[in-house]
Write a protein that binds this ligand. Structure first.
Ligand code: ARG
Ligand code: GLU
Length: 710
């Protein structure tokens, strides 16, 4: 290639990668590697110091942020370990404490003193104190041509060594995680607290105002928050629950600001994003959009149609199935938005362009033939993966998640595999029987019929257990209603009371159980192993693909995909244009809540006391120009797991609570488009307004460090 051509390609590549990696701000940075990000934040107005952002030796923001119960984020907002997170993150705890007399889900809950705070067995939060790049130690002795198995055991052994040698306090743990598909490794020194108590929650009507209709949508009006407290044992250290534990005294807590943010202001979102896949090749995105998403959407369409029909027909059923419906609808809606967004953002074409550049770059370099063919190998690997992946999705969606009879059958089969005694244990018994809670036979029967049809129609031939081939779902369902223990609680109780040998022979005659066993057997024996091995192949090739890209473009900045580890991202407060002729402003107000109010509706009802406060305009110090701001939008790159993440202003004060993204931008997990990807936050003033005016929890208002209280 001549010189001019070389320059041309170099420019194309630099521009291409700038495009691939979108604007610098919309990324998820590892806090210990955020020098450059920090300089960009300063350019955008940040006034806190680099060491506030992250400092392994002194209290810094990360010391006020927790991974909440494994899947969400929370932040400490008082000197007594008070944690703020989303209502939907605390929901199961709020629900678990609710009874008919004390319906905290419906009415909200506000502890007026430490004594009134409610323990939650099993709940935990984790702080990240230190992050260390351990790539060299983990990859020690690993070579490029090593067989994959050997590489893996080498890596595993090295990780064990790293963990053992890492300096840490006795109450701390060390976790090592892979980044860039195994090109890099980081160690995290963590502290996990296990005595977490419920402190406050607004009524659901506020916490999930708009419910499924508004989920993933803008304009939004949710007060999606709840409050918990960390309790510590002796010397302020992590401890199991004990009535003697004391409120935790944190190293750092976030200051709440009542000043809010304006359009264009910097926001920083700190938290634990779960999973993104920003480096997938074009053909993989095509598979997701054309094969994987449509399949799981179609199965959920059917399940939601059935649940919705029964929920509309009767209030008792509505109550029983609301939570289940919300769970199924959440990702169903997300996948639909993802498909729309991928096409609007021309994600596939964008990636194809980059792949062309990559191929051109590779041609002119001294790489092996197999390296040069990496994209073709990847394409093959993804084609290999697809059948097992689809089968796995059919199993999960139609065989398990939306098929309660089969799900119960799996619980029983697994319990029987594990049993060592004369009888099932109390715990196993309880788990199986609790699956009848909030269930209804008509709904379960209709789901069984529809999902079994889905299984038969969509399971790739090679993975459909023989027993399903000639089965007529309606007939089987009728038989099961009459005879199977999977469809009736009393029958199940009787079965579980039997001695093990009698139980084993009794289920031989239960063809419902046989169906579940056959399905589970197929999954464990074939579907999942095939999927895992094809996935391992894909990962190995993705590792190489990324490595090559990084070698070819040493100046480009690569940020690792989200993997559940602590990240910081930033952006500004900004609206967006979802489609031609439509523009969205980045703020909503309490007036909009009232506009959406539908008395008695399960999604848009409001407490009477809230309406009264609104009528009196009793907004206190939380008002802005005669109203209260409720939700706002930002350009921060977030994903599932960022629920409950703090949004900080340029001074590092807490101004918002992240809880969702906009529907048109949910493809940001695969391809971030700064034009339409937005994160949604609750304004801190709305949260304080609800605690103060609706909850009348003055104790919490005093406790939360906010300048207007001082
Ligand atoms: N879409 C948000 C997130 O993924 C909120 C989900 C909870 N709300 C709901 N209506 N399901 O997780
Ligand atoms: N609601 C999501 C969560 O539970 C956050 C929204 C998103 O996926 O961005 O983590």
């Amino acid at each position: 290639m001549n010189f001019r051509k070389k320059i041309f390609f170099f420019l194309l590549i630099v521009l291409g990668f700038a495009n691939l990696s979108h604007a610098q701000e919309n990324r998820m940075w590892i806090p210990s590697e955020a020098n450059f990000a920090y300089s960009l934040m300063v350019e955008s107005g940040a006034r806190f110091s680099k060491n506030d952002l992250y400092d392994p030796a002194k209290p810094s923001f990360n010391d006020a942020i927790v991974q909440f119960n494994g899947g969400c984020t929370g932040e400490v907002i008082s000197p007594y370990g008070l944690i703020l997170t989303n209502h939907h993150c605390g929901y199961s705890a709020i629900q678990a404490h609710s009874t008919l007399e004390h319906n905290y889900v419906a009415d909200g809950f506000w502890a007026k003193s430490f004594d009134e705070e409610l323990p939650n067995p099993g709940m935990y939060v984790t702080f990240v104190r230190k992050i260390i790049d351990v790539t060299d130690s983990v990859l020690e002795g690993v070579t490029n041509d090593m067989p994959e198995k050997e590489r893996q055991s080498r890596v595993d052994a090295n990780i064990q060594k790293v963990k053992k040698n890492m300096s840490r306090k006795p109450w701390q743990d060390v976790e090592v995680k892979s980044f860039f598909y195994g090109n890099k490794y980081y160690a995290f020194v963590e502290e996990t607290f296990k005595d977490i108590r419920l402190v406050g929650a607004p009524p659901s009507a506020i916490g999930k105002f708009g419910a499924d209709t508004d989920n993933w949508m803008w304009p939004r009006h949710s007060g999606d928050f709840s409050l918990f407290r960390i309790y510590a044992g002796k010397n302020n250290r992590p401890a199991e629950y004990s009535p003697d534990n004391k409120p935790y005294r944190p190293e750092k807590y976030l200051k709440v600001s009542l000043n809010g943010v304006k359009k264009g202001d910097l926001i920083i979102v700190y938290g634990f994003p779960g999973k993104t896949q920003e480096y997938l090749p074009s053909f993989r995105i095509r598979q997701i959009v054309e094969k994987v998403n449509p399949l799981r959407i179609a199965i959920r369409d059917k399940a939601l149609e059935i649940l919705g029909k029964y929920m509309r027909s009767n209030d008792t059923l509505k109550l029983k199935y609301t939570a289940k419906f919300a769970r199924v609808a959440n990702y169903w809606k997300k996948w639909k938005g993802e498909n729309v967004g991928i096409s609007r953002a021309h994600a596939i074409e964008n990636k194809q362009y980059l792949e062309k550049l990559f191929r051109t770059q590779m041609q002119n370099k001294n790489y092996s033939a197999s390296d040069k063919a990496i994209l073709d190998s990847l394409r093959n690997a993804y084609e290999q993966l697809l059948p097992a992946e689809l089968a796995r999705n059919v199993f999960i969606e139609a065989g398990y998640l939306n098929n309660p009879w089969m799900q119960r059958g799996f619980l029983l089969s697994i319990a029987l595999q594990k049993v060592s005694d004369e009888k099932l244990s109390e715990e196993q018994r309880r788990r199986i029987l609790s699956s009848f809670k909030d269930s209804d036979k008509r709904v379960e029967k209709e789901l069984f019929i529809a999902m079994t049809k889905m299984l038969k129609e969509n399971m790739p031939e090679a993975y459909l257990p023989g027993i399903f081939k000639n089965l007529i779902p309606e007939q089987t369902a009728d038989w099961m209603m009459q005879n199977s223990a999977l469809t009736d609680r009393k029958r199940m109780e009787k079965l579980l009371d039997l001695k093990l040998s009698d139980l084993q022979s009794a289920i031989k005659n239960d063809s419902g159980v046989s169906l579940a066993q056959a399905l589970l057997f197929e999954y464990n024996g074939k579907i999942n192993p095939d999927y895992q091995s094809a996935q391992a192949d894909v990962n190995r090739l993705m590792r190489k693909y990324l490595k090559l890209q990084m070698e070819l473009n040493p100046v480009a900045r690569f940020n690792p995909d989200a993997n559940g580890t602590l990240r910081v991202t930033f952006g500004k407060v900004e609206g967006y244009d979802p489609r031609d002729g439509v523009h969205y402003e980045p703020f909503t107000t309490i007036d909009g809540v009232i506009e959406k109010y539908i008395p008695g509706d399960y999604e848009f009802d409001l407490p009477e006391s809230y309406i009264n406060i609104y009528k009196k305009k009793d907004f206190g110090p939380y008002a802005l120009k005669g109203t209260v701001l409720v939700n706002f939008l930002g350009t921060a790159h977030t994903t599932g797991g960022n629920s409950g993440s703090p949004a900080l202003n340029a001074s590092g004060e807490l101004v918002g609570l992240n809880f969702d993204r906009v529907w048109e931008g949910t493809m940001s997990d695969l391809f971030y488009d700064p034009k339409i990807c937005r994160n949604i936050m609750v304004d801190m003033r709305y949260i304080l307004f609800i605690i103060d005016k609706l909850g009348k929890a003055r104790n919490l208002i005093y406790e939360i460090n906010s300048p207007k209280n001082n």
